[in-house]
Design a protein around this ligand. Sequence first.
Ligand code: UDP
Ligand code: MN
Length: 274
Amino acid sequence: MPVSDQAFVTLATNDVYCQGALVLGQSLRDHRATRRLVVLVTPQVSNLLRVILSRVFDEIIEVNLIDSVDYIHLAFLKRPELGVTLTKLHCWTLTHYSKCVFLDADTLVLSNIDELFSRRELSAAPDPGWPDCFNSGVFVFQPSLETHGLLLQHATDHGSFDGADQGLLNSFFSNWSTADIQKHLPFIYNLSSNTAYTYSPAFKQFGSSAKVVHFLGSSKPWNYKYDPQTGSVLEEGSGSVSQHQTSFLNLWWGIYHRSILPLYENIRHEDEQT
Ligand code: UDP
Ligand code: MN
């Protein structure tokens, strides 16, 4: 029985990140997610991508921070560098849902993760670079205009120690690392594809139970070239891509080829018929 007052939420501020959102959304569908799929977009996202997103997501919500309510406008004027950060915070305004799971557009779901909805705000997995901080690529939250306002206030008053949403969210939910172990999601819900390598025996032991992979860092799956004939990404130059990272990249591209590219084709045919 689908639960309609809970949702998986992601964000794309441009057509490039939409490619990630599409694969993420499709991966949730492939694993029979029982909650609504929501994508937040900004005005920069093209009409074509909105149409394609609508084939995968239940709801596309445009967030236009610059001309939304006054207090956001104010936050922007004082801290223009926090642009994308403040956009992510907009997920707290989805008050037609009682609880949501936010996933970065550069994540990929490998199995059903509906059980995350039994967790409370703010649940997240440790950041591989500094495990007393949580990584903000995957988190459970409860939409609330009050919390949203407090977060923006926090942003204007204190900024963000890393210039992004993760620093801000960690200083706002500052007792995450000590207060409640239930709010520590297992690492398998936000497995960084590139850092698992630093503790490879653990990866050998636990990697196969990964449920969400996060392609964090500067090289995103859509930056690679893919050969559909061999079903694998082409490794040019970089050289440092590990075996398991390659297999996650291949998974991402497999979904892109099998399920996302055909959507573009379908829309082209529909256009030709009208
Ligand atoms: N994002 C976006 N447009 C951007 C940058 C980021 O839509 O230009 C969104 C997207 O959902 C992305 C998230 O913000 O997954 C966090 O950024 P990113 O994943 O690039 O950061 P990382 O996880 O590598 O630190
Ligand atoms: Mn990310």
